[in-house]
Write a protein that binds this ligand. Structure first.
Ligand code: NAP
Ligand code: 8YV
Length: 320
């Protein structure tokens, strides 16, 4: 909503220093961890959220009667109850696009690391085992059929890279996309049946919870590799552990987990998985770009009433 005084915003948790600096320059910033007074919260009109800061929903909205906008640090916004926000006329924004290439780079790195067993090979050299003999031959990317579960901004950036690797690409989304040459499969199971690498890059939330379940993993088959760079909630982690233990699939590369930062001991003990601590967008360059877009959404909202990248409709008459 346009205004002349410095709007008050709330930070539930610390953000990137560059974003913090920008926010401090533009707004009166209340830091939740410094326990601001209830009267201060009553005048909060904006909020900077992130998956790292915990869920944002009705409970918090009830304490912030003047809230107009929640600007998320991240393209995924399953940390925010968008229905509760919309019901109150609160706009939610995210950071799409600026991280597509970075997350796609990481995904290809994770795929190759998983197939060619790069972390295991690194550990082998460090442990001095090379002196005693060569590292065992690995599985290969050659000749594989890749299934992308969620051919959105990031999925397409992954597919562009995979084209350069000369592998077959197919995808599943709720609808077949016009003008896309890759083969579409109507269900995750059908995609998994047609592929031996499945890359999950759909949004998180209830609609995609356990989209990759035991049935999908069984369909992927004993040479199958699962790469999850979406959200932990998208994969049934217990079913995945069983599938890996039974040899229903060959290996997995996981950037995200159901209860981050907790990673089940069963996964940590396995030799056929590569585990990353949610690194998809985590380069200095890309995190700065995400922070700048998050701040720009807040700035534009308060200056013009039109944020840059809203995920919920902007109300005609903003709340507050
Ligand atoms: P996007 O452009 O919105 O693309 C999402 C894709 O998922 C769309 O193609 C959509 O196709 C498909 N989809 C949505 N709901 C689906 C459902 N219920 N079943 C099947 N397909 C569904 O999003 P994006 O920018 O590519 O990001 C995707 C997600 O990646 C984010 O939401 C986030 O959770 C995750 N992510 C992870 C990291 C990381 O660090 N690991 C970094 C960035 C993003 P249809 O609409 O046709 O179904
Ligand atoms: C970040 C992400 O890890 O954009 C997303 O959806 O998962 C990642 O880029 C996350 O946003 C950090 O809060």
């Amino acid at each position: 909503m346009p205004g002349t005084t410095k709007p008050a915003i709330l930070l539930p948790a610390p953000v990137l220093p560059s974003a913090m600096e920008a926010l401090d320059g533009q707004f009166t910033v209340y830091r939740l961890w410094e326990n601001p007074a209830r009267e201060a919260l009553a005048c909060v009109r904006g909020m900077a959220a992130s998956t790292l800061a915990g869920p944002v929903g009705a409970g918090l909205f009830d304490q912030l009667p003047a809230l107009e906008i929640v600007a998320n640090f991240g393209v995924g916004y399953d940390n925010i109850d968008v229905a509760a926000a919309a019901a109150r006329g609160i706009v939610v924004t995210n950071t799409p696009g600026v991280l597509d290439e970075e997350v796609a780079d990481l995904t290809l790195g994770l795929l190759l690391a998983t197939l060619r067993r790069l972390p295991q090979a690194d550990a082998f050299v460090r442990a001095g085992h090379w002196e005693a003999g060569g590292f065992p031959l690995s599985p290969s990317l050659r000749g594989r059929q890749i299934g992308i579960l969620g051919l959105g901004g990031i999925g397409k950036a992954i597919a562009r890279r995979l084209e350069g690797f000369g592998v077959d690409i197919a995808y599943h989304g709720r609808t077949r996309q016009p003008g896309v040459a890759y083969r579409w499969h109507p269900t995750p199971v059908a995609l998994a049946q047609a592929c031996d690498v499945l890359i999950a890059i759909v949004p998180g939330g209830q609609a995609t919870r356990h989209l990759v379940d035991g049935e999908v993993l069984a369909a992927l088959g004993p040479q199958g590799v699962l790469i999850n760079v979406a959200r932990g909630s998208v994969v049934d982690e217990a079913a995945l552990i069983e599938a890996l233990q039974r040899g229903d699939i060959l290996a997995a590369g996981l950037d995200v987990f159901e209860r981050e930062p907790h990673v089940p001991q069963a996964l940590r003990a396995m030799d056929n998985v590569v585990l990353l601590p949610h690194l998809g967008s985590a380069s200095e360059l890309t995190r700065r770009a995400m922070g700048a877009l998050m701040v720009e959404n807040l700035v534009r909202w308060f200056a013009t009433g039109t944020p840059v990248t809203p995920v919920t409709p902007v109300a005609e008459t903003p709340f507050g």
